[in-house]
Design a protein around this ligand. Structure first.
Ligand SMILES: [Zn+2]
Length: 384
Protein backbone atom coordinates (compact mmCIF):
# COMPACT_ATOMS: atom_id res chain seq x y z
CA UNK A 1 0.00 0.00 0.00
CA UNK A 2 1.39 3.37 -0.94
CA UNK A 3 0.13 6.39 0.86
CA UNK A 4 1.03 9.49 -1.08
CA UNK A 5 -0.71 12.81 -0.67
CA UNK A 6 -2.95 13.60 -3.61
CA UNK A 7 -2.93 17.08 -5.05
CA UNK A 8 -6.59 18.05 -5.53
CA UNK A 9 -5.87 20.41 -8.44
CA UNK A 10 -3.84 17.83 -10.39
CA UNK A 11 -6.49 15.20 -9.77
CA UNK A 12 -9.22 17.62 -10.91
CA UNK A 13 -7.26 18.15 -14.14
CA UNK A 14 -6.90 14.41 -14.70
CA UNK A 15 -10.63 13.89 -14.19
CA UNK A 16 -11.53 16.74 -16.55
CA UNK A 17 -9.30 15.18 -19.24
CA UNK A 18 -11.58 12.11 -19.24
CA UNK A 19 -14.42 12.95 -21.61
CA UNK A 20 -17.15 11.62 -19.35
CA UNK A 21 -20.22 13.00 -21.05
CA UNK A 22 -23.23 11.50 -19.32
CA UNK A 23 -23.57 8.52 -18.84
CA UNK A 24 -20.07 7.48 -19.96
CA UNK A 25 -17.61 7.36 -17.06
CA UNK A 26 -14.77 7.48 -19.66
CA UNK A 27 -12.04 6.28 -17.30
CA UNK A 28 -12.86 8.58 -14.38
CA UNK A 29 -14.05 5.74 -12.15
CA UNK A 30 -10.98 3.65 -13.09
CA UNK A 31 -8.74 6.51 -12.05
CA UNK A 32 -10.59 7.09 -8.77
CA UNK A 33 -10.65 3.37 -7.98
CA UNK A 34 -6.92 3.05 -8.61
CA UNK A 35 -6.11 5.91 -6.24
CA UNK A 36 -8.49 4.74 -3.54
CA UNK A 37 -7.33 1.11 -3.69
CA UNK A 38 -3.72 2.21 -3.39
CA UNK A 39 -4.73 3.89 -0.17
CA UNK A 40 -6.52 0.97 1.44
CA UNK A 41 -10.09 1.45 0.22
CA UNK A 42 -12.23 -1.54 -0.76
CA UNK A 43 -13.91 -0.80 -4.05
CA UNK A 44 -17.02 -2.25 -5.64
CA UNK A 45 -17.83 -1.41 -9.22
CA UNK A 46 -21.58 -1.45 -9.71
CA UNK A 47 -22.75 -1.33 -13.31
CA UNK A 48 -26.52 -1.26 -13.67
CA UNK A 49 -28.74 -1.51 -16.69
CA UNK A 50 -32.46 -1.17 -16.82
CA UNK A 51 -34.36 -1.61 -20.01
CA UNK A 52 -34.71 1.46 -22.22
CA UNK A 53 -31.88 3.24 -20.47
CA UNK A 54 -28.13 3.07 -21.05
CA UNK A 55 -25.87 0.97 -18.83
CA UNK A 56 -24.23 3.06 -16.14
CA UNK A 57 -21.10 2.35 -14.17
CA UNK A 58 -20.91 3.29 -10.49
CA UNK A 59 -18.39 2.98 -7.69
CA UNK A 60 -18.84 2.40 -3.98
CA UNK A 61 -15.63 2.50 -1.96
CA UNK A 62 -15.02 2.16 1.76
CA UNK A 63 -12.19 2.57 4.22
CA UNK A 64 -12.77 0.99 7.63
CA UNK A 65 -15.81 -1.01 8.63
CA UNK A 66 -17.10 0.46 11.88
CA UNK A 67 -19.93 2.90 12.46
CA UNK A 68 -20.44 5.73 11.81
CA UNK A 69 -20.15 5.73 8.05
CA UNK A 70 -19.49 9.16 6.56
CA UNK A 71 -20.08 9.03 2.83
CA UNK A 72 -19.12 11.43 0.09
CA UNK A 73 -21.51 11.26 -2.85
CA UNK A 74 -20.86 12.68 -6.27
CA UNK A 75 -21.05 12.25 -10.01
CA UNK A 76 -18.29 12.02 -12.61
CA UNK A 77 -20.59 12.50 -15.58
CA UNK A 78 -20.87 15.92 -17.14
CA UNK A 79 -23.24 17.66 -19.51
CA UNK A 80 -22.00 18.01 -23.12
CA UNK A 81 -19.73 21.00 -23.74
CA UNK A 82 -21.96 22.53 -26.42
CA UNK A 83 -20.29 24.52 -29.19
CA UNK A 84 -16.54 24.03 -28.69
CA UNK A 85 -15.72 27.32 -30.46
CA UNK A 86 -17.56 29.15 -27.67
CA UNK A 87 -14.90 27.95 -25.20
CA UNK A 88 -11.71 29.90 -24.57
CA UNK A 89 -9.99 26.63 -23.70
CA UNK A 90 -10.63 23.06 -24.81
CA UNK A 91 -13.33 21.84 -22.37
CA UNK A 92 -11.44 18.56 -21.84
CA UNK A 93 -7.87 19.87 -21.59
CA UNK A 94 -7.88 20.72 -17.88
CA UNK A 95 -5.98 23.89 -18.62
CA UNK A 96 -5.16 26.39 -15.88
CA UNK A 97 -5.09 30.04 -16.89
CA UNK A 98 -4.83 32.98 -14.46
CA UNK A 99 -5.33 30.62 -11.52
CA UNK A 100 -8.57 29.28 -12.99
CA UNK A 101 -9.02 25.66 -13.95
CA UNK A 102 -11.12 25.44 -17.11
CA UNK A 103 -13.15 22.49 -18.29
CA UNK A 104 -16.47 20.72 -18.36
CA UNK A 105 -16.99 19.39 -14.84
CA UNK A 106 -14.57 21.83 -13.18
CA UNK A 107 -17.41 23.23 -11.05
CA UNK A 108 -19.97 20.44 -11.43
CA UNK A 109 -18.36 18.47 -9.86
CA UNK A 110 -15.07 16.77 -10.65
CA UNK A 111 -12.99 19.18 -8.57
CA UNK A 112 -15.13 18.51 -5.50
CA UNK A 113 -14.58 14.77 -5.94
CA UNK A 114 -10.84 15.38 -6.26
CA UNK A 115 -10.90 17.58 -3.14
CA UNK A 116 -12.67 14.95 -1.06
CA UNK A 117 -10.32 12.20 -2.25
CA UNK A 118 -7.34 14.37 -1.37
CA UNK A 119 -8.81 15.22 2.06
CA UNK A 120 -9.67 11.57 2.86
CA UNK A 121 -6.23 10.28 1.97
CA UNK A 122 -4.56 13.00 3.99
CA UNK A 123 -6.80 12.16 6.96
CA UNK A 124 -6.08 8.44 6.66
CA UNK A 125 -2.32 9.09 6.44
CA UNK A 126 -2.43 10.91 9.78
CA UNK A 127 -5.03 8.81 11.59
CA UNK A 128 -4.55 5.32 10.19
CA UNK A 129 -3.81 3.67 13.55
CA UNK A 130 -6.67 5.10 15.56
CA UNK A 131 -9.34 5.28 12.84
CA UNK A 132 -12.53 3.69 14.08
CA UNK A 133 -15.30 4.44 11.59
CA UNK A 134 -16.01 4.17 7.89
CA UNK A 135 -15.19 6.67 5.22
CA UNK A 136 -16.95 5.93 1.95
CA UNK A 137 -17.49 7.20 -1.59
CA UNK A 138 -20.61 6.75 -3.68
CA UNK A 139 -19.73 7.91 -7.17
CA UNK A 140 -22.07 7.62 -10.12
CA UNK A 141 -21.90 8.52 -13.79
CA UNK A 142 -25.64 8.99 -14.14
CA UNK A 143 -26.60 12.22 -12.41
CA UNK A 144 -26.82 14.56 -15.38
CA UNK A 145 -28.81 11.97 -17.37
CA UNK A 146 -31.99 10.10 -16.50
CA UNK A 147 -30.59 9.08 -13.05
CA UNK A 148 -32.14 5.63 -13.30
CA UNK A 149 -29.06 3.40 -13.09
CA UNK A 150 -27.00 5.61 -10.81
CA UNK A 151 -27.24 6.61 -7.15
CA UNK A 152 -30.75 5.19 -6.81
CA UNK A 153 -29.59 1.68 -7.79
CA UNK A 154 -26.42 1.88 -5.70
CA UNK A 155 -28.52 2.72 -2.64
CA UNK A 156 -30.71 -0.32 -3.29
CA UNK A 157 -27.54 -2.43 -3.57
CA UNK A 158 -26.27 -1.02 -0.25
CA UNK A 159 -29.58 -1.84 1.41
CA UNK A 160 -29.55 -5.39 0.05
CA UNK A 161 -26.05 -5.86 1.42
CA UNK A 162 -26.94 -4.34 4.81
CA UNK A 163 -24.53 -1.48 4.38
CA UNK A 164 -25.58 1.59 6.27
CA UNK A 165 -24.57 5.18 5.58
CA UNK A 166 -25.07 7.47 8.57
CA UNK A 167 -24.21 10.85 7.10
CA UNK A 168 -23.67 11.90 3.53
CA UNK A 169 -22.06 14.96 1.98
CA UNK A 170 -22.88 15.61 -1.64
CA UNK A 171 -20.25 17.66 -3.44
CA UNK A 172 -22.57 19.64 -5.71
CA UNK A 173 -21.55 23.24 -6.37
CA UNK A 174 -23.78 24.82 -3.72
CA UNK A 175 -22.17 28.27 -3.55
CA UNK A 176 -23.71 30.88 -5.88
CA UNK A 177 -20.67 33.18 -6.16
CA UNK A 178 -18.25 32.72 -3.25
CA UNK A 179 -16.85 29.63 -1.57
CA UNK A 180 -18.39 29.05 1.84
CA UNK A 181 -21.54 31.09 1.41
CA UNK A 182 -24.06 28.27 1.08
CA UNK A 183 -24.78 24.72 2.24
CA UNK A 184 -27.87 22.94 1.02
CA UNK A 185 -29.83 20.93 3.55
CA UNK A 186 -32.78 20.17 1.32
CA UNK A 187 -34.13 20.67 -2.15
CA UNK A 188 -37.49 21.32 -3.65
CA UNK A 189 -39.23 18.52 -5.47
CA UNK A 190 -40.02 18.65 -9.18
CA UNK A 191 -43.10 17.52 -11.08
CA UNK A 192 -43.92 17.98 -14.76
CA UNK A 193 -47.42 17.78 -16.21
CA UNK A 194 -48.32 17.26 -19.87
CA UNK A 195 -51.93 18.07 -20.70
CA UNK A 196 -53.83 17.50 -23.92
CA UNK A 197 -57.38 18.69 -24.45
CA UNK A 198 -59.61 17.21 -27.12
CA UNK A 199 -62.49 19.07 -28.73
CA UNK A 200 -64.17 18.89 -32.09
CA UNK A 201 -62.62 20.51 -35.15
CA UNK A 202 -64.62 22.74 -37.44
CA UNK A 203 -64.92 25.99 -39.38
CA UNK A 204 -64.57 29.13 -37.24
CA UNK A 205 -67.67 30.55 -38.90
CA UNK A 206 -69.73 27.66 -37.54
CA UNK A 207 -68.66 27.34 -33.88
CA UNK A 208 -71.99 25.71 -33.05
CA UNK A 209 -70.72 22.67 -34.97
CA UNK A 210 -67.37 22.52 -33.21
CA UNK A 211 -65.90 22.42 -29.71
CA UNK A 212 -62.77 24.49 -29.25
CA UNK A 213 -60.18 22.71 -27.06
CA UNK A 214 -58.20 25.96 -26.67
CA UNK A 215 -60.99 27.40 -24.55
CA UNK A 216 -60.74 24.46 -22.19
CA UNK A 217 -56.97 24.73 -22.17
CA UNK A 218 -57.05 28.43 -21.25
CA UNK A 219 -59.59 27.86 -18.48
CA UNK A 220 -57.63 25.01 -16.95
CA UNK A 221 -54.25 26.71 -17.17
CA UNK A 222 -55.69 29.85 -15.60
CA UNK A 223 -56.83 27.91 -12.53
CA UNK A 224 -53.54 26.03 -12.26
CA UNK A 225 -51.44 29.13 -12.80
CA UNK A 226 -53.28 31.44 -10.44
CA UNK A 227 -53.38 29.15 -7.43
CA UNK A 228 -51.06 30.20 -4.64
CA UNK A 229 -49.59 26.89 -3.57
CA UNK A 230 -48.15 28.08 -0.25
CA UNK A 231 -46.19 30.92 1.37
CA UNK A 232 -42.97 28.98 1.80
CA UNK A 233 -41.61 28.31 5.31
CA UNK A 234 -38.49 28.99 7.32
CA UNK A 235 -36.29 26.79 5.11
CA UNK A 236 -38.13 26.80 1.78
CA UNK A 237 -39.19 29.42 -0.72
CA UNK A 238 -42.82 29.20 -1.90
CA UNK A 239 -43.74 26.39 -4.31
CA UNK A 240 -44.16 27.54 -7.87
CA UNK A 241 -45.90 26.39 -11.03
CA UNK A 242 -44.61 27.55 -14.41
CA UNK A 243 -46.31 26.84 -17.72
CA UNK A 244 -43.48 25.78 -20.01
CA UNK A 245 -45.22 25.38 -23.37
CA UNK A 246 -48.60 25.70 -25.08
CA UNK A 247 -48.95 23.91 -28.41
CA UNK A 248 -51.81 23.92 -30.85
CA UNK A 249 -49.96 23.61 -34.17
CA UNK A 250 -52.72 25.29 -36.10
CA UNK A 251 -51.45 27.02 -39.23
CA UNK A 252 -54.75 28.33 -40.54
CA UNK A 253 -57.00 31.10 -39.27
CA UNK A 254 -60.37 29.71 -40.22
CA UNK A 255 -60.26 26.41 -38.41
CA UNK A 256 -60.99 25.38 -34.86
CA UNK A 257 -58.39 22.71 -34.03
CA UNK A 258 -59.15 19.25 -32.75
CA UNK A 259 -56.69 19.28 -29.86
CA UNK A 260 -54.51 21.62 -27.82
CA UNK A 261 -51.79 20.79 -25.34
CA UNK A 262 -49.64 22.39 -22.70
CA UNK A 263 -46.89 21.45 -20.26
CA UNK A 264 -46.00 22.87 -16.88
CA UNK A 265 -43.49 22.24 -14.12
CA UNK A 266 -43.96 22.62 -10.37
CA UNK A 267 -41.02 23.09 -8.01
CA UNK A 268 -42.48 22.29 -4.64
CA UNK A 269 -41.39 22.54 -1.03
CA UNK A 270 -42.11 20.17 1.84
CA UNK A 271 -45.64 21.57 2.33
CA UNK A 272 -46.58 19.26 -0.57
CA UNK A 273 -45.65 15.97 -2.12
CA UNK A 274 -46.15 14.66 -5.64
CA UNK A 275 -49.23 12.73 -4.57
CA UNK A 276 -51.08 15.71 -3.10
CA UNK A 277 -50.19 17.86 -6.10
CA UNK A 278 -51.25 15.18 -8.59
CA UNK A 279 -54.59 14.91 -6.80
CA UNK A 280 -55.09 18.69 -7.02
CA UNK A 281 -54.14 18.85 -10.73
CA UNK A 282 -56.53 16.00 -11.56
CA UNK A 283 -59.36 17.72 -9.71
CA UNK A 284 -58.75 20.99 -11.56
CA UNK A 285 -58.67 19.22 -14.93
CA UNK A 286 -61.82 17.30 -14.22
CA UNK A 287 -63.66 20.41 -13.11
CA UNK A 288 -62.54 22.64 -15.99
CA UNK A 289 -62.03 20.36 -18.99
CA UNK A 290 -64.04 17.66 -20.67
CA UNK A 291 -62.10 15.24 -22.81
CA UNK A 292 -58.47 15.41 -21.81
CA UNK A 293 -55.31 13.40 -21.17
CA UNK A 294 -52.97 14.14 -18.30
CA UNK A 295 -49.47 12.72 -17.86
CA UNK A 296 -47.47 13.54 -14.76
CA UNK A 297 -43.78 12.85 -14.36
CA UNK A 298 -42.23 13.19 -10.92
CA UNK A 299 -38.49 13.71 -11.02
CA UNK A 300 -38.09 13.96 -7.27
CA UNK A 301 -39.86 14.66 -4.00
CA UNK A 302 -38.70 17.54 -1.91
CA UNK A 303 -36.42 16.73 0.97
CA UNK A 304 -35.19 18.45 4.05
CA UNK A 305 -32.57 17.37 6.58
CA UNK A 306 -33.16 19.09 9.90
CA UNK A 307 -30.01 21.07 10.79
CA UNK A 308 -28.00 18.87 13.15
CA UNK A 309 -24.64 17.24 13.68
CA UNK A 310 -23.67 17.03 10.01
CA UNK A 311 -24.61 20.57 9.00
CA UNK A 312 -23.08 21.95 12.22
CA UNK A 313 -19.78 20.26 11.41
CA UNK A 314 -19.82 21.61 7.87
CA UNK A 315 -20.62 25.14 9.09
CA UNK A 316 -17.79 25.00 11.66
CA UNK A 317 -15.33 23.57 9.11
CA UNK A 318 -16.09 26.34 6.62
CA UNK A 319 -15.81 28.94 9.33
CA UNK A 320 -12.42 27.61 10.48
CA UNK A 321 -10.96 27.84 6.98
CA UNK A 322 -12.66 30.92 5.52
CA UNK A 323 -14.04 32.82 8.50
CA UNK A 324 -17.49 33.00 6.96
CA UNK A 325 -20.88 31.76 8.14
CA UNK A 326 -22.70 29.83 5.38
CA UNK A 327 -26.44 30.05 4.78
CA UNK A 328 -28.41 26.80 5.13
CA UNK A 329 -30.50 26.77 1.97
CA UNK A 330 -32.92 24.60 0.01
CA UNK A 331 -33.03 26.45 -3.31
CA UNK A 332 -31.91 25.36 -6.77
CA UNK A 333 -32.67 22.30 -8.89
CA UNK A 334 -32.87 18.69 -7.83
CA UNK A 335 -29.85 16.56 -6.90
CA UNK A 336 -29.16 12.96 -5.96
CA UNK A 337 -30.00 14.08 -2.43
CA UNK A 338 -33.61 13.24 -3.39
CA UNK A 339 -32.61 9.54 -3.33
CA UNK A 340 -30.06 9.57 -0.50
CA UNK A 341 -32.39 11.33 1.99
CA UNK A 342 -34.28 8.06 2.49
CA UNK A 343 -31.07 6.29 3.62
CA UNK A 344 -28.99 8.85 5.46
CA UNK A 345 -28.67 12.40 6.75
CA UNK A 346 -27.70 14.57 3.80
CA UNK A 347 -26.08 17.93 3.32
CA UNK A 348 -24.58 19.36 0.16
CA UNK A 349 -21.48 21.47 -0.04
CA UNK A 350 -19.06 21.93 -2.90
CA UNK A 351 -17.61 24.61 -5.13
CA UNK A 352 -19.14 27.63 -6.89
CA UNK A 353 -21.96 26.96 -9.33
CA UNK A 354 -21.81 30.21 -11.31
CA UNK A 355 -20.31 28.66 -14.47
CA UNK A 356 -21.76 25.16 -14.29
CA UNK A 357 -23.40 23.83 -17.48
CA UNK A 358 -22.07 26.93 -19.32
CA UNK A 359 -19.32 27.60 -21.84
CA UNK A 360 -15.97 28.27 -20.14
CA UNK A 361 -16.94 26.43 -16.96
CA UNK A 362 -14.10 27.14 -14.55
CA UNK A 363 -13.12 27.17 -10.92
CA UNK A 364 -10.39 28.96 -9.00
CA UNK A 365 -7.56 26.65 -8.02
CA UNK A 366 -7.38 28.45 -4.66
CA UNK A 367 -11.00 27.45 -4.06
CA UNK A 368 -10.19 23.82 -4.89
CA UNK A 369 -7.38 23.87 -2.31
CA UNK A 370 -9.64 25.58 0.26
CA UNK A 371 -12.43 23.08 -0.37
CA UNK A 372 -10.00 20.24 0.20
CA UNK A 373 -9.00 21.76 3.55
CA UNK A 374 -12.67 22.26 4.50
CA UNK A 375 -13.42 18.62 3.63
CA UNK A 376 -10.41 17.57 5.72
CA UNK A 377 -11.76 19.63 8.65
CA UNK A 378 -15.16 17.99 8.22
CA UNK A 379 -13.71 14.46 8.28
CA UNK A 380 -11.58 15.31 11.32
CA UNK A 381 -14.44 16.84 13.31
CA UNK A 382 -16.77 14.03 12.29
CA UNK A 383 -14.57 11.18 13.51
CA UNK A 384 -12.77 12.83 16.44
ZN1 LIG B 1 -23.81 18.15 -10.42
Amino acid sequence: MTNIEIDPVELSQSLIRCKSITPDQAGTLDLIQEILEKNGFQCSRLPFKEENSPEVDNLYATYGNKEPNLCFAGHVDVVPPGKIDQWEEDPFSGKIKNNLLYGRGAADMKSAIASFISASIKYILINKKKFNGTLSFLITSDEEGPAINGTKKVLQWLKKNNIKINDCIIGEPTNPTKLGEMIKIGRRGSLTGHLTFYGKEGHVAYPENADNPITQLINTLKVLNEKKLDDGNSFFQPSNLEITTIDVNNNVTNMIPQSASASFNIRFNDEHNSESLTKWIKEVCEATAKNHKLDIIVSGESFFSEPGKLSNIIVKSINDELGVEPILSTNGGTSDGRFIKDFSNVAEFGLIGKTMHKFNENISINDIRSLSIIYFNIIEKYFD
